[in-house]
Design a protein around this ligand. Structure first.
Ligand code: FAD
Ligand code: A2P
Length: 307
């Protein structure tokens, strides 16, 4: 396994107390079709700020929504993964993109709107917005990226960093194997479907796997989730996961990590995991779900961003 060299990054050039002003230059729905799960591709122009050229793919940008919460305190910053490559959206270092889902929820018959995601999704081209960052120092592609293969697991907007990373890898002539496993509820919710399907047609070393959870069931009645692809699409994933120089990245909803780690362990891919407590002394077949949740951490080969 080659050493993993991560790039040096600059962090928190702009902070919540010292935000930069960005201008919206793009805001469009980026799912396969219109869906109640509204997800938008947003591009910020950060020209003339100290942030220009500073966001690496894998990092996040902070957005400060205006106004106050119910306690009369100013709203807090929310983080959004950068979905553009390091060189900037469309190759322009003053443009940085993200992928935002409107966070809405009904609880006990009351419908709540997420403050910041709806604020961003409602912004129009030309509107100004307060931003911070960059944030995140490990969730990055290695500088020696050609030394590795990659399996990317994304649920929902967890796709954001992988859009940037996959653009970056293939624009630089990536030679290894890369697989993207993307999970969402319905086919209408697939994010950036055209881009990834075209990438799969163009590059035989890029594999695009969609796991749609609410349309069909697996033969045992369970849902198709990103982690079930380790079994359901093993013809594609096993040969990549077996290579000693493969890295895995996962991004999306909190909780997805345990399922992925559990399924990797059951298939014997223990090198992606850092087992704490007495887990390593037992067979994965004897683990309980609760101990797996508590005691499995990502190893050096695994990069995790869940929220
Ligand atoms: P909030 O106002 O914070 O509300 C959160 C949820 O609670 C909403 O669903 C809302 O409907 C519900 N709610 C509000 N009030 C109540 C109440 N009184 N009772 C019950 N429920 C209530 N998100 C993305 O979309 N894309 C990304 O790329 C992305 N990247 C991220 C990267 C990182 C590192 C992290 C930490 C988070 C990331 N997020 C991303 C999540 C994002 O930061 C926000 O958490 C998300 O947009 C929700 O924020 P909000 O202000 O819209 O919702
Ligand atoms: P489901 O909600 O049908 O259980 P989105 O963010 O657009 O809602 O998509 C998240 C996707 O991740 C959905 O398909 C969701 O399925 C799925 N999902 C839910 N829980 C888990 C989990 N623990 N591990 C992996 N995927 C999950």
């Amino acid at each position: 396994m080659p050493d993993i060299h991560l790039p040096e990054v600059e962090l928190n050039i702009h902070t919540p107390k010292n935000t930069a002003e960005a201008t919206i230059v793009e805001n469009y729905v980026c799912t396969a079709e219109n869906s109640p799960n509204i997800i938008r591709h947003i591009t910020f122009d950060i020209s003339g700020t100290a942030l220009e050229g500073k966001f690496r793919t894998g990092q996040s940008i902070g957005v400060l929504p205006p106004g106050e919460n119910e306690k009369g305190r100013p709203h807090k910053i929310r983080l959004y993964s950068v979905s553009s490559p390091t060189k900037g959206e469309k190759g322009k270092k003053h443009l940085v993109s993200t992928t935002v889902k409107r966070a809405n929820e009904e609880v006990d018959g009351t419908f709540y709107l997420g403050v910041c995601s709806n604020y961003i999704c409602n912004l129009k081209v030309g509107d100004k917005v307060k931003v911070t960052g960059p944030s995140g120092k490990r969730y990055l592609l290695p500088t020696n990226f050609q030394d590795f293969n990659y399996v990317f697991f994304a649920t929902g907007t967890g796709i954001a960093p992988f859009r940037g990373m996959i653009m970056e890898l293939f624009e630089q002539g990536f030679k290894g194997e890369a697989a993207l496993v993307f999970g969402c509820p319905y086919r209408t919710d697939v994010i950036y479907p055209k881009y990834f399907s075209e990438m799969e047609e163009k590059h035989e070393n890029f594999h695009y796997i969609k796991m749609i959870s609410r349309e069909d069931r697996r033969p045992d009645g369970s849902k198709y989730y990103v982690q079930t692809a380790i079994d359901d699409r093993s013809e594609t994933l096993t040969p990549i996961l077996e290579k000693e120089n493969t890295l895995i990245y996962l991004c999306g909803m909190k909780g997805m990590e345990t399922g992925i780690y559990w399924n990797l362990a059951q298939k014997g891919f223990l090198d992606y995991l850092d087992l704490r407590g007495d887990l390593a002394s037992k067979s994965p077949l004897e683990w309980s779900w609760d101990e797996a949740k508590k005691l499995i951490k990502p190893s050096a080969r695994t990069f995790e961003e869940v929220y």
